[in-house]
Design a binder for this molecule. Structure first.
Ligand code: APR
Length: 312
């Protein structure tokens, strides 16, 4: 039996639970929130789509009762504040760090072997916090950001190329921040053909810039941060874990010398399977890309340093 718990039944958490449920990625999905009755409501609503969407996943809601999450194979953490227009992801750190730390402790009490997927922002720092405070093997902690940023990159490329996004391969690495992420334009391709054969340098520059502020653009339009793509990206990561697919995807993981960085969690291409992330793949960055990666690491490290000032 496969069991997945999603902590936080808000916009991102409920969307993630919804996709996991209707795509039958688990036998049981538990949604947990601190808001009284909220997760129960979301769970019941999702379950009531089962005859319409034809699935047989059990969907359970819980108001802060972690016993319901016991023995989960994967736990997705989405609890915490989302951005408001004009805010950066980094500004959320004070509130979200305490929430994520407390949630992780509760999760591991009842699911000591779970793989932890971190979505709460600032995601790179929340992943690092989980690594440092949980004491569990680094391979079991995966931040979702790069998958979402790459989906947005593929989306903008798809619009410019007038192509199906599934035919596009494109990767965003680095930090999950408006100024720290690195869309790898040089390596982006349409069915193996470099996108530079179809799009001008100016177009590619614009696509890269749009990708970097992809989340902020949506926050401005919506009044809060996005949820469909973040939730679906979380669910895709869960799929790769529970089905042991060994697919390669950009995720935020602990670096120990890879890509020239240590003691930091950042987005790099990794192979994902049932035990979490298995290995980091070296894309052999050119000098310019490596310099951008180093700069991104500096910014993520500055954010991580804030944890100490919060007593974490
Ligand atoms: N335990 C469980 N749930 C919590 C806790 C906690 N300690 N603290 C807050 N929550 C819940 C809230 O009650 C709320 O329902 O987390 C949920 C967050 O949902 P939303 O406010 O809708 O935020 P959402 O858009 O889902 O974003 C969640 O994901 O993408 C990131 O930046 C985003 O950090 C944010 C997170």
């Amino acid at each position: 039996m496969t069991k997945v718990s999603v902590i936080g039944a808000g916009a991102v958490g409920a969307t993630c639970a919804d996709v996991i449920s209707y795509r039958q990625l688990a036998d049981e999905v538990v949604v947990l929130d601190i808001r009284e009755g909220f997760a129960e409501g979301k769970a019941l609503d999702i379950y009531q789509t089962s005859s319409l969407l034809d699935f047989k996943t059990s969907v359970v809601g819980s108001t802060n009762d972690y016993t319901k999450t016991a023995n989960s194979d994967v736990v997705v953490i989405t609890s915490g504040l989302p951005r408001k227009p004009g805010m950066t992801r980094e500004e959320l750190i004070g509130t979200n760090a305490n929430i994520v730390k407390g949630v992780t402790e509760n999760v591991l009490k009842h699911s000591p072997n779970a793989i932890i997927v971190v979505i709460s922002n600032p995601m790179d720092t929340m992943t690092y916090l989980t690594l440092k405070t949980s004491g569990i093997d680094k391979h079991r902690i995966i931040g979702m950001g790069g998958l979402l940023d790459s989906a947005r990159f593929k989306g903008y490329l798809g619009l410019a190329l007038n192509a199906k996004t599934a035919d596009i391969s494109a990767t965003v690495i680095g930090g999950h921040g408006d100024t720290t992420m690195i869309p790898l334009t040089r390596l982006a391709a349409l069915n193996g053909v470099p996108v530079s054969q179809f799009l001008s340098a100016d177009q590619l520059k614009q696509i890269s810039a749009d990708t970097m502020v992809g989340g902020a653009t949506l926050t401005k339009l919506l009044g809060t941060s996005a949820w469909y793509a973040p939730g679906a990206a979380g669910a895709l990561l869960v799929e790769n874990i529970v089905r042991d697919q060994k697919r390669m995807m950009p995720c935020c993981v602990a670096l120990d010398g890879e890509y020239g960085q240590k003691d930091i969690c950042m987005g790099v291409p990794v192979v994902i399977g049932k035990n979490g992330w298995e290995k980091i793949v070296d894309y052999k960055l050119n000098a310019e890309e490596q310099e951008a990666f180093n700069k991104s690491a500096d910014a993520v490290r500055n954010m991580n340093d804030v944890l100490a000032t919060l007593g974490l």
